[in-house]
Design a protein around this ligand. Structure first.
Ligand code: ADP
Length: 994
């Protein structure tokens, strides 16, 4: 800075009478005068007259001036207060000057010095710049600190004030109070950063209204420049609009909104079209009173209910009929003193409806069956529905506020943020496991979706509890694994064979086990899938069976089971396998067999051995049986002799002593015979060779016969034998009469045996009768020694006696009851026992019998009473001398005669005159020709009764006896009375026929 005040000038050149008054000394003048640059001085008072200029100045500028003052130069001195340099424009030429301002007590003039013409360059000339600023269509306001120093014409036009009214005032005064805060912020920023910033603010106009302007504020040092620019076309906003729009924005945007404005001067309401229609009022409503609330009331007279204030402090006017409207309003500033009212009105019913619809959708969300939460994009939880609460076990106290609040529940490393990371990818689920508040570990499948409305964008996250599904999947995996394991580990192999609807057969599945069963590699197993290859491995001998059984299985849809041999690898050897499968028809028409193959070679080997053993056992059994039958025959022959002899001796009037001894012998022999018969029967049953007859017989007749047969025995044992027979049982039934008698005989004999001077009661009742069948109850009751509880089950066992073996007193083998039980079981019945020691025993059973037709009835019961000749002549075929002797004696005793032959051949030969004999008594076992063959031969030629006499157990030879045509049968040793009966019967039959 040039400090002229400190300079000592020597005045040499110039001097006028004015100068000393101005405080300019001559030295200074001289310097000025001689300066090679332009210098001039001007008064410090209006109009700032240029009172001195040097030669250069006068030449360049002074001479051209019309007014020799600063105003004439177009200089506004005040605007240069802080400037030391300035540009002067004179007649389109620019000159730069330095300026020294007047100083108090020192100088009272402005000193312009260093004046020189400005070189022209690319920048506009000052004149150009000034012109540009002045006539700019944008408003330009310039100032320093915060005082306006310049406004261009556009600026003044826009706000309507005069230059003088605004210069040296702060621009902030012009800004609408509501915009001041934001304006200040921008202002400060531009100042601090020495930059250009943008702002929009409402400027007050001279007319007390506001004009909204888009502004650029720039700072250069302390100097500011405010320019309007046309971001948008500069527009004047109706302040009422602004209020109304703000109200609309802050109120529910769900309904149609009408606008209204209150004009206090006109004292009227202006309604827009929507408001007018909504409220059914004229466009302009004139009011009576000036107060604000009152006019509103009167404007909406018929509609007003009252005023309410909402949470935001906004006042609502609630209207009544015909609909419920709400009104919101706000005062706004017209100018700094005066306020107006603008507001909106909307149909609250519509909002209520919308709200209830909103409520409905919210409820829908909250009560949705799927667990869901609604988040803002920043992760704020907006809603959490009840299922989600349940899932995480949230309640009011621990409800999550942010997505992050879910983090503590997550068990795996998946961050919760990932839940909403890909919200737009449809169907993508994130699987995560969580532990909820209750500590339950759950597997969740999470999906999210971004939902954008015109209000905001949200993310909905849904959770699906897949714990059960996952555990099911796991258990399915486990069980599949288990099944695969099972399939692989079971001995043998499993397969699935498919017969397609087209007739093609293949193995769809072969388990590993198949390889070891067939002794093949996995490659070979693969080739086996082809049925042809598989079949070629089957033994040629077994192939037909395999094919036939398979075809049958397919036809009848029945399980397939087949044993066959298959080739083992390349060894050429075969192995026995068992194949089994179950067929199933599929919906496709295909047929599927699920089956297995198992190696049975060991079993086969075992079976073979078993078969051999069985044959051996059968052979041994046969030998045993043969031996038994031989030995019993051998035993019976001498017994027969003894029995016969005793019988003869008893006829010879023995002494009492002899009679006693003879009876003892008889008893012993009888016992021995029973024993032998029992043994033989037992052996038969055991060997399964028992043949049951199915002939007709009369039930009551049979029972009477049995009782009659035992009468002697009863008398002998000093017991009373009673028969209580149901009269309805005089029936013909089919069955084995002999076996039936054997059962009853056994039971009655036992009862007589184990009862001393008591009663043995036999009871037979008809239980039921149908067309075909009868059910009969049999009971043998005694009051003998009884059987202890512990022995009751044992006595039916083989060889079991309560008192062991060959009980001296009672005799027996212990086989009787065992045989009885077995026989009854063959007949489909079961024996029962009730007994008490010292009281007696009751054996009973029920049996079903088939009824026989009358025609089928046995000839024995033909009502014909045979009339027999007094004397019979018999042919006796008997090889054994003793037997022949005994039998001969018996025959003679009856007063009959006989001829004896010693073998079958002789017997046949003796038939040369068949009329000679009334009957043939035929022994079975004889040399030359046995009794069977001889009888056949006789029967082939002649009609003569033949009675078989045999020591062999009846069972064995029964069939043969029937085959050969014997008419009767008497077991050895011969019971004379029985033989007599049989002879009478058969001869009588023939006699009656002839
Ligand atoms: P046994 O040939 O010895 O009679 P059983 O099988 O007929 O053989 O009888 C077996 C045993 O059952 C007999 O030894 C006897 O002890 C007992 N028992 C059978 N019936 C009677 C009965 N009516 N009273 C008492 N005991 C009986």
């Amino acid at each position: 800075m040039l400090l002229f005040v400190t300079l000592e000038f020597t005045y040499t050149l110039l001097g006028t009478e004015h100068m000393p008054e101005k405080g300019v000394n001559s030295t200074f003048k001289k310097i000025v005068y001689e300066s090679s640059e332009m210098v001039f001085l001007a008064d410090d008072t209006y109009p700032y007259t240029i009172f001195y200029g040097n030669e250069l100045f006068e030449k360049e500028i002074g001479d051209k001036l019309e007014q020799r003052n600063l105003v004439g130069l177009g200089l506004d001195v005040n605007s240069y207060i802080f400037k030391e340099e300035l540009v002067l424009e004179v007649k389109e030429n620019e000159y730069s000057f330095s300026l020294e301002l007047p100083h108090e007590n020192e100088s009272n003039y402005f000193l312009f010095y260093h004046g020189k013409p400005l070189e022209a360059n690319e920048t506009p000339t000052k004149a150009e710049a000034i012109e540009y600023v002045r006539s700019n269509p944008d408003a330009i306001i310039i100032g320093e600190f915060d005082f306006i120093t310049f406004l261009n014409a556009t600026a003044l036009n826009k706000i309507g004030f005069k230059y003088e009214e605004l210069v040296n005032t702060s621009p902030i005064n012009l800004i609408h109070p509501e915009d001041q805060k934001s304006f200040n912020k921008v202002w400060k920023k531009a100042k601090e950063a020495q930059s250009t910033e943008e702002a929009t603010a409402r400027f007050q106009t001279k007319e007390n209204s506001f004009v909204s302007l888009d502004l650029k504020i720039s700072f250069s040092g302390e100097r500011f420049f405010i320019t309007t620019f046309t971001k948008q076309a500069v527009h004047i906003i109706n302040p009422a609009d602004a209020v109304q729009n703000r109200l609309i924005q802050s109120s529910a945007d769900l309904a149609e909104v009408g606008k209204w404005e209150y004009d206090s001067e006109a004292n009227s309401f202006q309604l827009d079209e929507i408001a007018r229609q909504m409220l059914e009022l004229p466009k302009v409503v004139k009011l009576d009173k000036k107060k604000i609330d009152k006019p509103i009331r009167s404007a909406f007279k018929s509609l007003v209910k009252g005023f309410t204030k909402n949470d935001q402090g906004e006042t609502y006017l609630e209207l009544i009929a015909p609909k419920k409207f709400k009104v919101a309003w706000e005062h706004y500033m017209v100018d700094l003193n005066q306020k107006k009212i603008a507001g909106i009105v909307w149909n609250d019913t519509t909002i209520q409806e919308a709200k209830s619809e909103l409520d409905f959708f919210q409820t829908l969300f909250m009560d949705s069956l799927e667990a869901m939460i609604l988040l803002t994009e920043s992760g704020l939880v907006r809603l959490i529905n009840s299922e989600a609460k349940k899932l995480f076990d949230f309640d009011e106290s621990n409800s999550p506020k942010f997505l992050e609040d879910f983090s503590p529940f997550v068990l795996d490393d998946e961050p919760v943020k990932s839940w909403i990371e890909n919200p737009t990818i449809e169907g993508v689920e994130i699987l995560t496991s969580i532990k909820n508040h209750q500590g339950d570990a759950l597997n969740l499948a999470i999906k999210s979706k971004r939902i954008a409305s015109n209000r905001e964008t949200c993310i909905v996250v849904s959770f699906r509890n897949v714990t059960e599904k996952i555990s099911l999947e796991r258990s399915l995996e486990d069980s599949t694994e288990f099944l695969m394991n099972l399939t692989d580990q079971v001995p043998g192999g499993l397969y699935q064979m498919v017969l397609s609807a087209e007739g093609e057969i293949r193995f769809a599945f072969l388990s590993k086990g198949i390889r070891s069963v067939l002794g093949i590699s996995s490659e070979e197993a693969q080739s086996l899938k082809d049925i042809g290859t598989a079949m070629s491995n089957v033994h040629p001998q077994d192939l037909p069976n395999v094919i036939m059984t398979s075809v049958a299985s397919a036809r009848k849809l029945e399980p397939w089971l087949c044993q066959f041999r298959v080739k083992i690898g390349d060894s050429g050897e075969y192995r026995w396998v068992l194949g089994a499968a179950r067929p199933q028809t599929l919906d496709t028409g295909d047929m599927v067999w699920y089956g297995y193959l198992t190696d049975i070679s060991q079993q086969k080997e075992f079976e073979e051995k078993l078969d051999e053993a069985k044959k051996a056992a059968e052979k041994a059994n046969q030998i045993k049986s043969d031996f038994l039958s031989m030995i019993s025959h051998e035993l019976r022959t001498p017994l027969n002799a003894i029995s016969g002899s005793v019988y003869s001796l008893l006829q010879e009037s023995p002494t009492d002593y002899q009679k006693n001894a003879l009876n003892t012998i008889n008893f012993a022999v009888d016992n021995l015979i029973i024993m032998i018969n029992d043994l033989l029967d037992f052996q038969k049953i055991e060997a399964g060779k028992l043949h049951m007859e199915n002939a007709s017989f009369n039930l009551s007749e049979l029972l009477n016969q049995i009782i009659k047969g035992l009468t002697f025995h009863a008398r002998d044992s000093k017991n009373k034998l009673q028969l209580d027979l149901d009269p309805r049982l005089d029936l013909l039934v089919k069955g084995d009469k002999t076996r039936m008698s054997q059962v009853l005989n056994n039971l009655i004999t036992n009862a007589l045996k184990f009862t001393d001077r008591g009663i043995v009661a036999v009871k037979v009742n008809l239980l039921s009768k149908s067309d075909q069948k009868v059910r009969v109850y049999f009971e043998v009751l005694d009051n003998g020694i009884g059987i202890a509880k512990e022995d009751q089950s044992k006595i039916f066992d083989d060889f079991d006696q309560v008192k062991p073996t060959f009980n001296k007193k009672y005799g027996g083998t212990g086989l009787g009851l065992s045989i009885t039980k077995k026989l009854l079981s063959i007949m489909g019945s079961e024996i029962h026992l009730e007994s008490e020691v010292g009281v007696g025993s009751k054996f009973y059973f029920e049996i079903d019998m088939t009824l026989a037709n009358e025609e089928e009835g046995p000839r024995t019961i033909l009502p014909l009473k045979p009339v027999l000749p007094e004397k019979l002549h018999l042919l006796m075929a008997e090889d054994n001398e003793v037997n022949a002797l005994v039998l001969g004696k018996i025959i003679s005793k009856w007063g009959h005669t006989y001829d004896r032959v010693v073998n079958g051949l002789e017997a046949v030969a003796a038939m040369d005159d068949p009329t000679k004999y009334n009957c043939v008594l035929m022994d079975i076992q004889m040399p030359e020709m046995n009794g069977f063959d001889a009888t056949k031969a006789i029967k082939a030629k002649f009609e003569i009764p033949v009675i078989a006499l045999t020591a062999a157990a009846k069972l064995e030879i029964m069939e043969q006896i029937q085959e050969c045509g014997f008419d009767g049968f008497v077991a050895k040793p011969i019971d004379a009375a029985e033989l007599h009966d049989v002879i009478k019967e058969v001869v009588g039959k023939y006699h009656s026929r002839s």
